[in-house]
Write a new protein. Structure first.
Length: 407
């Protein structure tokens, strides 16, 4: 494809409004694009108007490299605050503005074009499976379904096109200094990076059941909030030990209580209270171990006090992702960036999660890199992607693929 065609694909994707749903629009667009270029595709239904898409090229009997990105975008926040319509892409001063440009229709388009151009290359002898998912922004639901159905089982390595850059080197340094990006002391030469790891997460709700009573006679009731606070304090003791374990790339586990609800009026003892907690996890202290610890803690509290009735509800468990920073795969990644950009990039730990959590849960030996042309404007008003970044990542993805199959 020439430059105009490459830019047109991204513009077309940004125009498709896929806010937390309706991803069928993107799946159908990519299906038509791939089939027009002689690439076999498959639609995988998640729900009405929600389809994952899988496209495959096979040019040998060797390993399979995965390309993956998601089709959905987050809400626009406030349409009136945008300088331009969020689904009307604008090219201004080397930037492309639009919802999803950074997260992650830029990466998705670059991966799709790379697949097409590699398929057209008679010298390329590799096997690539392209996976576009629904619902990454709302719990990685598409990737979870595909993983359960075996779509990740035959992958040997995976490139996730999520944004991994910053808008400037200064911003990259600030992200590192703040601890959001872990570099283990390394300093960036550029604003460009790739992530060899990202934290997982455990999200859960603890519900406390009590008995309502008039506030003038609290003794005849059971205060659900009091019991939940008893648990909260015990949980904090557990967290203080949990965060002592550290990963060399991802840092420590990060627990946060994010929601607390109880009571409906001031003169009634609450019979119900709940809290929601999200824990960002590392490989050294597994999700399953944390969940088991919490369930045991609740069981012990319930057994110790007959007036205590606590309930644990697991909302989601997404595994941490980590590929050895000195592995052959990550060396290949760094060499690919060097060949295309002429600079040495950092391979670091990412602050947020990706669909890779679900794919790794199904295929634990999978090598993964998160590498994409977006930046920290993701999810913000006036989200943008640098045009040059987008175009360069097409070359980066193709270089990674060629090097992978030269092994």
């Amino acid at each position: 494809m020439d430059k105009a065609q490459r830019l047109s694909v991204l513009d077309d994707l940004i125009k498709l409004e896929t806010v937390n749903g309706d991803e069928e629009k993107v799946a159908n667009y990519l299906k038509e694009l791939f089939e027009k270029n002689g690439i076999e595709t498959e639609l995988n239904k998640y729900d009405e108007n929600r389809y994952n898409l899988i496209a495959t090229i096979k040019k040998g009997d060797g390993p399979i490299l995965g390309f993956t990105g998601h089709e959905d975008v987050v809400a626009t926040v406030d349409d009136e605050a945008w300088n331009y319509g969020p689904f009307n892409p604008k090219h201004i001063d080397g930037k492309i503005f639009g919802r999803g440009s950074s997260d992650m229709k830029g990466g998705l388009a670059a991966l799709a074009i790379s697949l097409i151009e590699l398929n057209e290359d008679p010298d390329f002898k590799g096997n690539i499976k392209f996976i576009a998912t629904v619902g990454e922004e709302v719990g990685e639901i598409g990737a979870e379904k595909l993983s359960k159905e075996g779509y990740a089982d035959d992958l040997n390595a995976l490139i996730v096109g999520e944004p991994s850059n910053s808008s400037s080197r200064l911003v990259m340094e600030k992200l590192i200094d703040s601890g959001l990006i872990e570099t283990n002391g390394a300093k960036p030469e550029t604003r460009i990076a790739a992530f060899c790891a990202h934290k997982g997460s455990v999200t859960y709700k603890v519900v406390s059941h009590g008995r309502a009573a008039h506030s003038s006679m609290p003794e005849v009731g059971i205060n659900a909030l009091d019991n939940l606070i008893t648990y909260y304090n015990k949980q904090n003791e557990y967290f203080s030990e949990l965060i002592k374990t550290e990963d060399d790339v991802l840092g420590t586990t990060k627990p946060s209580v994010t929601v607390l609800n109880s009571g409906k009026q001031e003169n009634t003892i609450p019979d119900y209270a709940e809290m929601t907690v999200k824990i960002r996890t590392i490989p050294e202290y597994s999700n399953d171990k944390i969940i088991a610890d919490l369930e045991e803690m609740i069981d012990k509290l319930n057994q110790a006090d007959p007036r205590m009735k606590l309930e644990f509800k697991l909302l989601s468990s997404n595994w941490p992702v980590k590929t050895d920073i000195n592995s052959d795969f990550m060396k290949l990644v760094r060499a690919s960036y060097k060949d295309v950009l002429g600079v040495n990039i950092l391979t670091v730990g990412a602050p947020g999660g990706t669909d890779a959590s679900k794919f790794v849960q199904a295929n634990p030996d999978l090598d993964v890199v998160v590498a994409g042309p977006g930046n920290e404007s993701a999810h913000q008003v006036n989200e943008f992607i640098f045009e040059d970044d987008y175009l360069q990542y097409i070359s980066i993805y193709k270089t990674m693929a060629r090097k992978y199959f030269e092994k």
